[in-house]
Design a protein around this ligand. Sequence first.
Ligand SMILES: NC(=O)c1ccc[n+]([C@@H]2O[C@H](COP(=O)([O-])OP(=O)(O)OC[C@H]3O[C@@H](n4cnc5c(N)ncnc54)[C@H](OP(=O)(O)O)[C@@H]3O)[C@@H](O)[C@H]2O)c1
Ligand SMILES: *[C@@H]1O[C@H](CO)[C@@H](O)[C@H](O)[C@H]1NC(C)=O
Ligand SMILES: *[C@@H]1O[C@H](CO)[C@@H](O)[C@H](O)[C@H]1NC(C)=O
Length: 316
Amino acid sequence: MIGVLLLLFLLPFLLYIAAPQIRKMLSSGVCTSTVQLPGKVAVVTGANTGIGKETAKELAQRGARVYLACRDVQKGELVAREIQIMTGNQQVLVRKLDLADTKSIRAFAKGFLAEEKHLHILINNAGVMMCPYSKTADGFEMHIGVNHLGHFLLTHLLLEKLKESAPSRVVNVSSLAHHLGRIHFHNLQGEKFYHAGLAYCHSKLANILFTQELARRLKGSGVTTYSVHPGTVNSELVRHSYLMRWIWWLFSFFIKTSQQGAQTSLYCALTEGLEVLNGNHFSDCHVAWVSAQARNETVARRLWDVSCDLLGIPVD
Ligand SMILES: NC(=O)c1ccc[n+]([C@@H]2O[C@H](COP(=O)([O-])OP(=O)(O)OC[C@H]3O[C@@H](n4cnc5c(N)ncnc54)[C@H](OP(=O)(O)O)[C@@H]3O)[C@@H](O)[C@H]2O)c1
Ligand SMILES: *[C@@H]1O[C@H](CO)[C@@H](O)[C@H](O)[C@H]1NC(C)=O
Ligand SMILES: *[C@@H]1O[C@H](CO)[C@@H](O)[C@H](O)[C@H]1NC(C)=O
């Protein structure tokens, strides 16, 4: 009896003590690059919390001028202050970017292009997951609109600057969830049917298809691009789903911290010589397998054209 009781209390306690070690074991993949970034310029979208915040912090730690592109400037400013204090790098700047509104994206790009000569690292990190059916200012379904189309437009607007700053890199934060994704061209905006979980998967598949198509188009330009699965990370991403929040809470001992979740983004942004793996997908700081859908060049090309069409970008 006492044994059972002891076990009942001791076990959670031991688990609690061992949690950091367990988490470490389950989250292999650390960016070991020692590259420093003085004079380099980086933009991180969704940098006010979660994986984006930790990514921005590390880039600042290495001396880059880092732009936190956030939809909530106030939240962004608090984080910028925190990063400045922690890293001693004052070059951490907040700019307004709402990826659910193409006007905001264009305004951000215009401002950035006017004030900066270079862009060496673009991290398309912001994302929404499992939000109830809703639309962006331009009438796009929220997941495809923010996670894919918003970043598509942003990358397009910053591309010349990236080319001028070569060697430069674009990192797209996708997800393992892309395996369940499909691109339904007849229902891209989820109007015929909608499932919040699947909508997330579709948008994350779109991220990978775009990374590959972009890599093909940018060959020889000195701009390389990578997509990333950060791992299962204890961030605010699950905020829209009670069930997911509960599952995340239940497993919170074992899933990655945001700092661990940032490692693969950092690996792709920093590792020297990674250019030979242009267009690849990474997880735990290694090349990772993507679904057959995600390797389909026909779908990638068509999605590219459709996206240009939706955003009023001339198709080439
Ligand atoms: N967590 C995981 O387990 C996991 C797994 C696979 C992939 N990912 C991917 O990792 C990336 C980062 O997610 P996270 O886990 O760090 O989640 P998070 O803590 O929820 O952070 C998401 C960030 O995106 C921003 N954002 C959302 N909508 C936006 C919009 N319309 N315009 C501009 N910014 C917007 C959020 O800003 P606000 O704070 O203002 O809302 C926040 O800064 C996402 O692309 C996600 O799909 C995460
Ligand atoms: C990924 O990369 C493409 C091309 O740069 C971009 O247009 C797309 O929207 C990006 N998505 C995200 C969220 O990373
Ligand atoms: C790519 O996808 C299209 C449409 O879903 C399909 O018809 C085609 O067979 C696929 N191609 C490959 C190589 O898988």
